[in-house]
Design a protein. Structure first.
Length: 579
C-alpha cells in the first residue's frame, strides 16, 4: 500500500514538473507578438473594425496564466470620425491555474492604464457601438439544438479577484441629436479581494466636464454581494461631489426586478449648479411666448420608469439650494412601487419658517394623478420670492395651507386640470409696486378738481395683515374674501388668477377711516400678465358712488324740507282752530 502511494506521488510530481517545464519552454520559445496579424484579422472578421497592437505583448503560463498588452487602438464605426473608438496604453491580466482545476476562477490582477473611450451618437440617432451589438447576435438556424441537461448540483463557477486597478481612464460622449457633450477624465478605480458572499471595498475618483462646467467626484464603499447573486448591499457608503458629501447605506434585492432600500445623508448640496443653464429663449416670459408655449403640442410623459420603481428610503440634506431656494434640514421619506409614489413626510426649514407636506404621484394609469397637501409656517415671504422668482413685490411673515389635486400626462394638462383650495395669511409687511395711499389722494384730487399729487418714489403700501383663501377649479383660482388692514384704510378684494395662461383679473376695494372717501369704496383694478400687471384706478365706479351718494343726500334733504313744511302747515291749521 505504501509502495502504491509512493508511486502515485512520484507520478504526480513528475506530471507537475513536466507541466512547469513545458510552460517555461513555451513562454521562452513562443513569442505572442508573432500572432498580432492573426489577432487583428480575427477581430476584423468578427466586428469589421481594425484592432492595432503597437506595443510589445507578453505572456505567462504558470503559476498564473497572464497576458500583457500595450498601445492598443480599436477603430471607429463606419460613418463616424476617424478618431478611434477605444485606446489603451497598457493592460495586464493574470489568472491562477491550479484553482481552475477545482472549478474556481481566481484572478490575480486586472490592470488597465490610459483607457480612452470615445462614444458617439450621430444625427440619425445611431451610436458607434450599435454595429458591434448586431455583430454579436447569434444567427438564426433551422436546426434544433439538443436540449442541455442540468442537475440540481450545477452551480456557477466561483470567481474571486484579488485586485482591479484602473488608472487615468477617460470617456468622451458626443450626441449630435441634442448637441450635448460630456467628458469623464482622470478616472481612477480600485477594488480589492472581490468575491461573492464576502464584503469587499471599492473606491474611485474622477472629473466630469459638461460644457464650461466641471465637477469632481469620488467614492468609497464596502460591497457585499449575496452568494445567490440576487442581492447586494453598499455599506459605509461615502460619495463626494465637489463640496458635497453623502454618507449612508443602500441595498438591492432581486436583480431581475430590483427593490431598493436606502438611508442617505448629505451635508450640503446645490442642485442648481448641476442643472442645464437656461438660455435667453427659455427665460422669455412675455404673454406671446406664454401663449405660444401653451398652444404648442406637448409629448406625453413616459411613465414606464416610474412604474418600474421599487424604492423605499429616507434622504436628509443639511443645506440645500434648489431653484434658487435656500433650505436647511430637509428630509424626505420615499415609498414607490408599481407606479404609486409617495413622498411623506417632506419637511424642511426655510426663510426663518418651516415647511411640511406630502405628495402622492399615481402613475399606474396612462393619465397620472398628483395630490399635494402642504403647509408653510412663519416664512419670510420677501426673501423667498426674491430667490425663487426674482420678485420682491411683497414682504411679511406668511402662513399658507395648500390642498390640490390634478391629473394629466402633459404639463399643460396638469395645469388645466388643477383643482383644490388654499388659505393664506401675511402679517406686518409691505406691498411694492402699488401705493394705495397715493391712489386715495389721486381720487380726492380728481373729485375736488385739484392738481394731481406727486407720487412717492417708493411706490409701496404697508399693511398690518393680509388674509384670504382661494378655490382652484380647472387651473383658475378664484378669491372673494381678501382682507387687508392698514392704519389709514381697510380693503377687501375679489377676482381670479388664471394659472394656465398666467393672467390676473382682480379688484381691490379701499375704504378710508376718515376724509372724502370714508363713505365710499375706492376700487383699484389689477389685470393682465401676472409677471407685469396693469394697475389702475376705477374712476367711473368712484363717480357713480359719489353721484348716488349726492342723490341720496338730495333726496334726504328734499324729504326733510317736505317734512318741515308739512309740520309748519299743521301747526298753522291747529293754531287757527283753537283761537
Amino acid at each position: 500500500m505504501n509502495k502504491t502511494i509512493k508511486i502515485t506521488l512520484i507520478t504526480l510530481i513528475s506530471v507537475v514538473a513536466l507541466i512547469i517545464i513545458a510552460a517555461v519552454v513555451a513562454v521562452n520559445v513562443i513569442d505572442p507578438n508573432d500572432y498580432k496579424p492573426e489577432i487583428s484579422k480575427a477581430v476584423y472578421q468578427q466586428t469589421g473594425r481594425q484592432l492595432t497592437i503597437d506595443g510589445k505583448m507578453g505572456w505567462s503560463l504558470f503559476p498564473s496564466v497572464g497576458l500583457t498588452l500595450r498601445n492598443i487602438t480599436f477603430s471607429n464605426a463606419a460613418g463616424f470620425p476617424a478618431t478611434p473608438m477605444a485606446q489603451l496604453q497598457e493592460a495586464d491580466l493574470s489568472v491562477k491555474v491550479v484553482p481552475l482545476l477545482f472549478g474556481r476562477v481566481e484572478i490575480n490582477t486586472i490592470s488597465l492604464k490610459g483607457l480612452q473611450l470615445n462614444l458617439m451618437k450621430n444625427a440619425n440617432g445611431v451610436t458607434n457601438w450599435q454595429d458591434l451589438m448586431q455583430a454579436n447576435k447569434t444567427p438564426a438556424t433551422t436546426q434544433t439544438a439538443p436540449a442541455a441537461t442540468s442537475t440540481s448540483k450545477d452551480k456557477p463557477m466561483a470567481i474571486a479577484i484579488r485586485n482591479v486597478d484602473i488608472k487615468n481612464a477617460g470617456i468622451n460622449w458626443t450626441d449630435a441629436t441634442s448637441k450635448n457633450q460630456l467628458a469623464i477624465k482622470n478616472l481612477n478605480f480600485n477594488g480589492e479581494n472581490i468575491a461573492v458572499g464576502h464584503p469587499f471595498t471599492l473606491q474611485f475618483d474622477t472629473q466630469v466636464q459638461q460644457g464650461a462646467k466641471q465637477y469632481t467626484i469620488s467614492s468609497n464603499t464596502t460591497i457585499n454581494i449575496a452568494s445567490d447573486m440576487n442581492s447586494a448591499s453598499l455599506d459605509k457608503l461615502t460619495i463626494k461631489l465637489d463640496d458635497s458629501t453623502m454618507t449612508g447605506n443602500l441595498s438591492v434585492t432581486n436583480f431581475n426586478n430590483p427593490a431598493i432600500q436606502f438611508k442617505l445623508n448629505v451635508d450640503q448640496l446645490n442642485v442648481d449648479k448641476y442643472l442645464p443653464q437656461q438660455t435667453n429663449q427659455t427665460k422669455s416670459t412675455t404673454p406671446a411666448a406664454n401663449s405660444a408655449a401653451s398652444n404648442a403640442p406637448t409629448k406625453p410623459l413616459d411613465l414606464t420608469p416610474l412604474r418600474m420603481l421599487n424604492l423605499q428610503g429616507n434622504l436628509q440634506v443639511g443645506k440645500l439650494t434648489v431653484m434658487k431656494l435656500n433650505i436647511t434640514h430637509a428630509s424626505v421619506t420615499v415609498n414607490a412601487k408599481n407606479g404609486l409614489i409617495t413622498l411623506n413626510p417632506v419637511t424642511a426649514n426655510l426663510y426663518q419658517g418651516s415647511e411640511k407636506s406630502n405628495l402622492v404621484l399615481d402613475a399606474r394609469t396612462n393619465t397620472p394623478a398628483i395630490t399635494f397637501v402642504g403647509n408653510l409656517a412663519n416664512v419670510q415671504i420677501q426673501p423667498l420670492l426674491t430667490d425663487f422668482m426674482q420678485n420682491d413685490k411683497i414682504s411679511g411673515t406668511g402662513n399658507v395651507d395648500v390642498n390640490i389635486r390634478t391629473v394629466g400626462a402633459t404639463p399643460d394638462a396638469v395645469k388645466r386640470n388643477l383643482n383644490g383650495n388654499l388659505k393664506f395669511a401675511l402679517t406686518k409687511g409691505v406691498m411694492r409696486g402699488i401705493d394705495v395711499n397715493y391712489q386715495i389722494k389721486r381720487a380726492q384730487a380728481l373729485l375736488r378738481k385739484q392738481a394731481q399729487p406727486t407720487q412717492s418714489s417708493s411706490e409701496q403700501t404697508e399693511f398690518g395683515s393680509i388674509t384670504g383663501s382661494a378655490q382652484i377649479t380647472n387651473g383658475i383660482a378664484v378669491n372673494h374674501d381678501l382682507q387687508i388692514t392698514n392704519p389709514v384704510f381697510t380693503s377687501s378684494g375679489d377676482g381670479t388668477l388664471n394659472l394656465v395662461n398666467q393672467t390676473i383679473d382682480y379688484t381691490l376695494k379701499i375704504q378710508t377711516a376718515q376724509g372724502d372717501f370714508s363713505n365710499y369704496q375706492l376700487p383699484i383694478t389689477i389685470s393682465g400678465s401676472m409677471n407685469s400687471p396693469s394697475i389702475g384706478l376705477d374712476m367711473q365706479s368712484i363717480l357713480t358712488q359719489v353721484a348716488n351718494q349726492q342723490l341720496m343726500q338730495q333726496q334726504e334733504k328734499a324729504k326733510q324740507q317736505a317734512t318741515n313744511y308739512l309740520q309748519n302747515q299743521g301747526k298753522k291749521i291747529l293754531g287757527g282752530l283753537f283761537k
